[in-house]
Design a protein around this ligand. Structure first.
Ligand code: BGC
Length: 822
């Protein structure tokens, strides 16, 4: 018996995170029976801080323990789980608080003049270097801290991208190993980041949150405050002579940091209060080697073989004064470097050598790229370079493999699409001059994300920002979170972008089953539904959405009118989402035992009746004849006749030569709607199409991620010349969720997969398929393999979980934990 995946508030051994009480979660492996009880003992230093005793209802998906937390305190815990058979296992971990509401004695400091980058520096004496040392810090826009030349922490781009005008997140770092007796130097390197650097559309804005760089820090050894930012700090020159998120960075190694003057005491003016961090750290993940290509024109290009988000790092013996510039690109066109789709983002890293060989990397930027064009006055070797993938540090939890290598590549592309766009916020794309937290894209992929990656902490932070933005919009949800607060047209309340406010927390609840998180996010969910209700009542909407700007089925191909809007009536889509969100709020209120559950349930009933009245015919079928409309009718439970609606959907797909023509609304639900209504064969047919429009069309053209448009690349390998065209947009990667949930057939029947539906749907054309899912409740496996007319199934249900198994043509069976073959 073994305890795995120990987390506190959805984080492994968290240090300095915002929490009001520890919420423990874990999984159990290699044990029989059920959990009889769990217990936790928590120590703070030498003291026994908490002892739960044997607790029969300790929920492994989220067990909140009422322990009042002190600021700047480390808690070590031991969790013990005992099974009904009397077997037991223990595992230890820790969590540590940040400053919580303890006032800062440090002052905010800032460089004298506005500039792209600066180093703020202080030398101090430590008389007695006593073990545990911690740095509490925030730097704006983005920062890196160094103690005695050692980089503090293993994360980048701190404090991350959040709604700075509502809250400023401070980080806590263990610096015990770097502090020494005698003289110490603490440096804070600052860059503009999202806070001050260029951000937004069509050129964007600078100084969105402030027009200067700032830092605040306190360094403690034990209880002794050894250093804090104040007017005695110095400003030093920085070798980073330019840096922002879109354009990249220039690092001039010839600039040796030296004292430039004093700092000024100045706090960011239009920002929220300092608080403990919520966001995951951005960390380096997989590495990729450079394959050199010489283009017909003579350019040197490095191909990293994967479209990724991150950096290229190198260790190169470059002579003094030699400049090397790496420019990011996603594709080669006619064998030449291409970057028009980056629009105004320069996406370049330049390094000017001082003649010393060292490890070089960017500091205050990141890129979305597969290729880097190399411009250098001296010869370079590809072996000196590698690409490092950066993302908010969350593990992949879901895998699918099938008998088709192309489908497997598609699954990998979908997962990469998410990994590449989960850096601090769920972004639309990582390369061009946007990289913003578009809520529609985030909403559309959220279920698939929860099926394949461990999402709770990442979404907790996004929803924290979202609720803050909603608080000044009457509950409405903006198109991008954090919101760009200048000159955006129709910038909130657009369906189904704004519906992210309800759908994302709901998917997080369904897939991870953490009730604390549902309770935390519920006010934002309710606020969006209330906002819509207010609006429809004000204009006599009679429970329908009757106005407003809606992106709706964005980028669908079914509209004879040119442009990005799909053919499905946006007001039908908006009313359908209004219904879905009201129903979810009703169900959430019920789960949280709130009285208002019945009120939202009645609202949902009213909306459903109004939708049926207006958009459905007397046979109970949706009167709008598009794939998206029919799929919504099935998946949102709008139709009273799902089987007939499924047949109609199948008819629409067949009439389109068995191809999809859906956009951001229809694509995530098209195949699920077909599979749900006994038209799984049609879903597989659509999956296996290889010509435009289809998923495998992109795979055949060499995609390693998911594209923004069905034809982002034209059949001749040229980029679609549309101005809005990225090769790394995740929405259509939602097909990966269907592979997990329908093709392999594992879906949560209860939150967190404590109970699962296992309903694999074999298909001879694929031959086999298998998913391994490391869910919140443990690892499920479901695989099927065709052998002539027979099918062999391999199924695993984890400890403490159960499943309802439905195999084609057989009665449903209940499965307890264990391994099965059929
Ligand atoms: C983004 C999208 C986004 C859309 C909304 C685009 O520029 O990249 O994915 O949702 O705008 O209009």
């Amino acid at each position: 018996m073994k305890l795995n995946d120990l987390r506190v508030c959805n984080l492994p051994d968290p240090v300095g995170y915002a929490m009001d009480a520890p919420v423990f979660s874990w999984t159990v492996e290699d044990a029989a029976g059920e959990q009889a009880w769990a217990s936790v003992t928590i120590r703070c230093g030498e003291e026994n801080a908490f002892e739960s005793g044997e607790t029969p209802d300790a929920d492994s998906l989220g067990w909140r323990v009422e322990l009042p937390l002190a600021p700047r305190a480390r808690y070590d815990y031991t969790l013990t789980v005992c099974t009904t058979g009397g077997e037991r296992a223990s595992e230890s971990g820790f969590f540590e608080t940040g400053k919580r509401d303890e006032p800062w004695t440090a002052r905010w400091i800032s460089p004298m003049a506005s500039q792209a980058s600066a180093i703020l520096r202080k030398t101090f004496i430590a008389t007695n270097e006593e073990g545990a040392a911690r740095l509490y810090i925030c730097g704006l826009g983005v920062y890196e801290a160094y103690l005695n030349g050692n980089k503090v922490g293993d994360e980048y781009l701190a404090p991350g991208y959040h709604a700075y005008d509502f809250h400023l997140a401070a980080q806590t770092y263990d610096v015990s190993g770097f502090l020494r007796t005698g003289e110490n130097t603490l440096e804070i390197w600052l860059g503009e980041g999202w806070f001050k650097g260029r951000l937004g559309f069509e050129g964007g804005y600078t100084d969105l949150y402030g027009d200067s760089l700032y830092a605040i820090a306190e360094l403690y050894a034990g209880d002794a405050l050894l250093a804090k930012t104040d007017e005695t700090w110095e400003e030093w020159t920085s070798p980073v002579s330019f840096a922002n998120i879109y354009d990249g960075e220039v690092y001039d190694a010839r600039i040796v940091p030296r004292k430039a003057g004093a700092v000024r005491l100045a706090a960011p003016e239009h920002c929220g209060a300092l608080c403990d961090r919520v966001s995951l750290p951005v960390r380096g993940q997989d590495c990729f080697h450079a394959e050199p290509i010489r283009t017909p024109k003579g350019d040197l290009i490095f191909d990293f073989k994967q479209n990724l988000t991150g950096w290229v790092v190198f260790n190169a013996p470059l002579p003094k004064d030699v400049r090397i510039t790496l420019t990011a690109g996603e594709i080669l066109q006619d064998g030449e470097f291409y970057r028009d789709n980056y629009r105004t983002a320069k996406a370049e890293f330049s390094y000017i050598s001082d003649g010393t060989q060292r490890f070089v990397r960017p500091h205050f930027t990141f890129f979305g790229f597969r290729y880097m064009k190399v411009d250098c006055d001296a010869p370079v070797e590809a072996a000196w370079f590698k690409a490092v993938h950066l993302r908010s540090d969350m593990p992949q939890t879901g895998e699918v493999t099938t008998g088709s290598e192309k489908v497997n590549q598609l699954f990998r592309n979908a997962v990469w699409g998410m990994k590449d766009n989960f850096l601090e916020v769920p972004t639309d794309c990582p390369q061009r001059d946007e990289r913003l937290g578009w809520t529609g894209d985030a909403q559309a992929i959220s279920e698939t994300a929860c099926q394949t990656l461990y999402m709770p902490a990442f979404y907790r932070k996004y929803l924290w920002d979202m609720r803050a933005e909603q608080s000044v919009l009457g509950g409405s949800v903006p198109n991008v979170v954090p919101r760009i607060k200048r000159d955006m047209i129709g910038e909130h309340g657009s369906c189904p972008w704004a519906d992210a406010g309800v759908i994302i927390p709901w998917n997080t609840w369904r897939y991870f089953g953490n009730k604390e998180l549902l309770a935390e996010t519920y006010p934002g969910m309710k606020a969006w539904v209330d906002c819509q209700r207010k609006r429809e009542e004000a204009i006599g909407g009679a429970h329908l959405v009757k106005d407003g700007f809606h992106f709706a089925d964005w980028l669908a191909l079914d509209n004879p009118q040119p442009g990005p809007f799909g053919a499905t009536d946006p007001l039908y889509i908006a009313s359908a989402y209004y219904y879905r969100c009201a129903r979810i709020v009703a169900e959430s209120a019920e789960i949280l035992k709130l009285q208002e559950a019945s009120e939202y349930s009645a609202l949902a009933d009213g909306i459903l009746a109004a939708i049926r009245e207006k958009y459905f015919d007397q046979n109970g079928l949706c009167a709008i004849q598009t794939q998206t409309a029919a799929a919504l009718a099935i998946m949102f439970g709008l139709t009273t006749e799902p089987a007939a609606q499924g047949k109609a959907l199948r008819g629409l797909v067949e009439a389109n030569n068995n191809h999809l023509n859906t956009g951001f609304v229809g694509t995530p639900i098209l195949c699920p709607a077909l599979s749900m209504t006994d038209n799984h064969d049609t879903a597989v047919t659509v999956l296996l199409q290889e010509d435009f429009p289809s998923w495998l069309y992109s795979v055949n053209l060499g995609a390693t991620t998911i594209w923004e448009r069905w034809n982002s690349v034209l059949p001749d390998g040229h980029m679609n010349p549309e101005g809005m065209n990225s090769l790394n947009h995740y929405t259509y990667g939602s097909i990966a969720g269907w592979m997990v949930g329908y093709l392999c057939g594992v879906r949560p029947a209860e939150p967190g997969y404590r109970k699962a539906i296992i309903e694999p749907k074999p298909d001879q054309r694929l031959g086999e398929a298998k998913t391994v899912l490391r869910t919140a409740a443990g690892t499920f496996v479901c695989g099927w393999k065709c052998d002539g007319d027979a099918v062999r199934y391999e199924i695993e249900v984890p400890f403490g979980a159960s499943a309802e198994l439905s195999l084609p043509g057989q009665e449903t069976k209940s499965l307890r934990a264990g391994s099965y073959t059929f």
